[in-house]
Design a protein around this ligand. Structure first.
Ligand code: ARG
Length: 277
């Protein structure tokens, strides 16, 4: 029997739109707090129903984006590369995430201070290769350093659309050979690189990308997304996956959705990896 997948989440008790650091955020479009809690609980219940063990980090007043635990770190096996946020508004999250991860007996590694790195939001494994998104949040050099720290090849991809500012908003590995993607979020070179490195790609259209369809939590064959992505779900079913939708609109107001609200503590698809390093 394999161990249950473990995912770190943070209750949205202190969540809201207190600043604007991406094009989705507007302080005049505030969050409906009760609805945000219900949506978050809905996501949590779905994840638990497909066998995930949820672990929690304490919410903190003044750190509304702490709910987006994907940005805490990149976890690979026992190694954990901590994030260093680009925006001052999120830098206060770093010690809280670091403490939560340290207490879980991971081997913590840090990057040189002058580099930005936003964790699993910008660094996603597809098979053995780490795909990294850079320019809008993480710096390209940070991705190279991360690859060296975990002895894995990194494919850096430049993100060109400010709405899709983290890699996990426009690219979602489903298995070692398959991923969901929104091509216009990448430059022509990045698109070629993805096409030549991922054998089977499921493309998402602009409407469904804007509904954060590519921001999916993948657990085995289950793919959990926000509502509003019927074409993606149809394509996923055709490819043998089991898509599940749940409303997450309150989190889209901050530029996030299902994947952003989660961090795999046992590594993105650790169960299937051959940890040779
Ligand atoms: N408001 C947050 C930010 O701009 C949203 C983070 C979404 N997280 C993600 N992994 N895409 O940083």
């Amino acid at each position: 029997m394999t161990d249950a997948p473990r995912i770190l989440m943070c209750r949205p008790d202190c969540y809201g739109i207190e600043y604007e650091i991406n094009p989705w955020m507007n302080r005049e479009r505030q969050v409906d707090h009760d609805r945000a809690i219900r949506q978050w609980e809905g996501l949590r219940a779905i994840l638990e129903s497909i066998g995930v063990q949820i672990e929690l980090v304490e919410p903190q007043a003044g750190l509304p984006d702490l709910v987006f635990t994907a940005n805490a770190a990149l976890i690979f096996g026992q190694k954990c590369v901590l994030s260093q946020f680009r925006h001052a508004q999120r830098q206060g999250e770093e010690p809280h995430f670091a403490a939560a991860l340290r207490s879980r007996n991971l081997e913590i590694v840090t990057l040189p201070e002058d580099l930005y790195f936003e964790g699993a939001g910008d660094a996603l494994f597809c098979g053995e290769t780490l795909f990294g998104g850079y320019r809008i949040r993480s710096t390209a050099l940070a991705l190279q350093r991360v690859g060296a720290l975990i002895s894995r090849e990194v494919i850096p991809l430049e993100l060109v659309d400010p709405r899709f500012y983290h890699l996990d908003t426009c690219f979602c590995p489903l298995s070692p050979e398959r991923a969901i993607w929104f091509p216009p979020a990448f430059d022509a070179y990045g698109q070629d690189v993805i096409r030549s490195n991922v054998p089977s790609l499921i493309e998402i259209d602009e409407t469904e990308a804007a509904a954060f369809g590519a921001n999916a939590v993948v657990v085995g064959q289950h793919v959990v997304t926000n509502t509003g992505c019927p074409k993606l779900h149809e394509n996923l079913r055709t490819s043998g996956f089991e898509p599940i939708e749940t409303p997450l609109g309150e989190f889209v107001r901050a530029g996030g959705s299902a994947k952003c609200l989660t961090l795999r503590l046992d590594g993105e698809d650790a169960a299937n990896w051959n940890l040779v390093s």
